[in-house]
Ligand binder design. Structure first.
Ligand SMILES: CC(C)(COP(=O)(O)OP(=O)(O)OC[C@H]1O[C@@H](n2cnc3c(N)ncnc32)[C@H](O)[C@@H]1OP(=O)(O)O)[C@@H](O)C(=O)NCCC(=O)NCCS
Length: 193
């Protein structure tokens, strides 16, 4: 059975592998990535789909401003393992992310993606015509979903990242990430020295 839960630190490697599989090596060159790199995703809004202990889907939300003074969220990347597609996992991830964002009081979500896919969740290009991304993108693929009435009315300007910056990794963090050891950091550094 597929379950959806918040992403945990132990999921990072499997999630990266899934994104490589779904998008290929050029995924980090996407313009949306310019809004994500070096930033922390929205707290509690990184979700994974798990089937029999395996990560088979992922989605995240990010803080952005959709033109000056208009707080919004950016959705992406969304990916489902090719072996598990067409089972509703992508839809379940999007719907859960949208529901959580609505519950948390966010006003709108933007993304770059296929309208033929995201249209079913209410995303549309109707109010994104005066917005632009920090790089190349297909204008028809810039979509928005209003979580509150008219949240995107008159939206104009650059979509820019507003999330907190990722803290710089220190030696202890890198060691912990590498060996998964949960013992106190000081002890491990001494052991390694
Ligand atoms: C897009 C993606 C997340 C969908 O995941 P999924 O779990 O298979 O999605 P669901 O089961 O909820 O929905 C499947 C439906 O979406 C359709 N669909 C899948 N990708 C689509 C796309 N890019 N455009 C339009 N429709 C699409 C399928 O044909 C299927 O249609 P049906 O319901 O009429 O049979 C998955 O195909 C994927 O990871 N693709 C590669 C990464 C990607 O392109 N992500 C962004 C999408 S713009």
């Amino acid at each position: 059975m597929v379950t959806i839960r918040e992403e945990a630190r132990r999921d990072i490697a499997a999630r990266d592998a899934l994104l490589d599989l779904a998008y290929g090596a050029s995924r980090l060159a996407k313009t949306s990535e310019r809004l994500r790199e070096g930033r922390i995703p929205v707290d509690g809004q990184s979700l994974v789909a798990v089937d029999d202990g395996k990560i088979v889907g992922t989605v995240r939300l990010w803080h952005v401003t959709a033109g000056p003074g208009r707080a919004a969220l950016l959705l992406g990347p969304l990916a489902v393992d090719p072996a598990h597609r067409n089972r509703g996992i992508g839809a379940a991830l999007v719907r859960r992310a949208v529901a959580r964002a609505r519950l948390a009081g966010h006003r709108a979500i933007v993304l770059v993606g296929d309208a033929t896919y995201y249209g079913r969740f209410g995303f549309a290009a109707a109010r994104t015509g005066e917005l632009w991304m920090p790089g190349r993108y297909d204008r028809d693929r810039l979509l928005a979903l209003e979580l509150q009435p008219d949240a995107m009315a008159g939206a104009r300007g650059l979509i820019a990242a507003t999330g907190a910056f990722t803290p710089k990794a220190d030696l202890n963090t890198l060691i912990a990430a590498n060996d998964g050891d949960r013992r106190p950091r000081r002890a491990r550094v001494q052991r390694a020295a």
